[in-house]
Structure formats: structure tokens, C-alpha cells
Design a protein around this ligand. Sequence first.
Ligand SMILES: Cc1cc2nc3c(=O)[nH]c(=O)nc-3n(C[C@H](O)[C@H](O)[C@H](O)COP(=O)(O)O)c2cc1C
Length: 182
Amino acid sequence: MSEPLYPAVGAHQGAVVFFSSASQNTARFVANCHLEDEGFNVYRIPLRPKEPALHVREPYVLIVPTYGGGNPKKALTPQVRRFLNEPENRSYIRAVIASGNTNFGDAFCAAGDIISAKCHVPFVYYFELMGTPDDQRKVRKGLVDFFANQRAKKTADSDPATTTDALPLQYVSVGAAAAPRD
Ligand SMILES: Cc1cc2nc3c(=O)[nH]c(=O)nc-3n(C[C@H](O)[C@H](O)[C@H](O)COP(=O)(O)O)c2cc1C
């Protein structure tokens, strides 16, 4: 189990895993969300191959930028691919948030559709570049609600008297076709 970049402060609510390349847009977005202050462990997928691999052993929402310039086979960076190819890492993913640049048209945030299809998790939110303060607010609140909902669901599964149908973040698909697994 790897150490989070930003460990949760106070009562633990859940976890977020993100990747960001040298341009650091996603890293800035995540830092600006201050998710650790809401009780989230925030893990970063390493950028360079020499860094130790990331091993996450708790349920998390993945936040990733889209690459590939419109080629769905390259929409996920090798670092994200490597992380998700480890079965134990993949077993803890619960949802995906993707970023991108609207200049890429139909391929805008395609990474979200691809990960959603491959890992069978909802694509819950997307934002452009480093996001806006409104994106930060929505993601911060949405993640708190999402993990509260996950906990309620777990209780409901063990206690049929409890039900929950809250839909916390906006469930989205920006329309890019999911690519087959390489
Ligand atoms: C070579 C290259 C290819 C990209 N391809 C896409 C794309 O297909 N779809 C998209 O929405 N954004 C695309 N983007 C935009 C990035 O997703 C965007 O700049 C993002 O904020 C980068 O995040 P990062 O700085 O954390 O790595 C591309 C950017 C680069 C530099």
C-alpha cells in the first residue's frame, strides 16, 4: 500500500487517485479542491517510470486527463494504463472523472468514457484543463456525497430496511466511443 500525496485530515471519507503530466493541469485542479480537508486520501500516479509504482488498497475515484489527440487507443497515458492493469488497483476503482480540452472535439474527455467502459464504473464528472472554481466546488461536494452514498449502499445491502437512491455527482458521458482493450 502506497502513501497518499495528501493524507486525509480528520475523519476518513474516501480516496482519490489522480494522474497529471508535466503540464500539471490536473495536479493544480486537485490541489485547489483541498480534498484532504474533506477527509480524502489523495494519491498520485507517478509520472516517471523510475518512481515507485502506486498501489492503492482502498476504494477511490480516479481523476485523469485525456491524451491521444483524438486517437482513442492513446487517450489513456501509459502511466494510467499501468496503474489500472494491476488487478488489485483496478478492483478498488468506484468512479472516474476526466479532464481534457474542448479543442479536441468528439475526443473531449474521452478517457472518462474509456475507463468507464473498461472498468464498469460510472463516469461522474468532466472538466476542462485545470477546471474552474465551480468545478472545484462541485467535485468537492460531489465526492463527499458519492462516498456517503457508497457507505449507505453498503449498509442497505446488509440491511434491506435501509434504501438509498441518491445520485450525487452528475452522471455524464461526453459521447466519445469506448475503445476496445489493447
Ligand atoms: C498531446 C496532447 C494530446 C491531447 N489529447 C486530448 C484529447 O484527445 N482529448 C482531450 O479532451 N484533451 C486532450 N488533450 C488536453 C489535455 O487533456 C489537457 O491539456 C489536460 O488538462 C492535461 O492535463 P495534465 O496537465 O494534468 O496532464 C491533449 C493534450 C496534449 C498535450
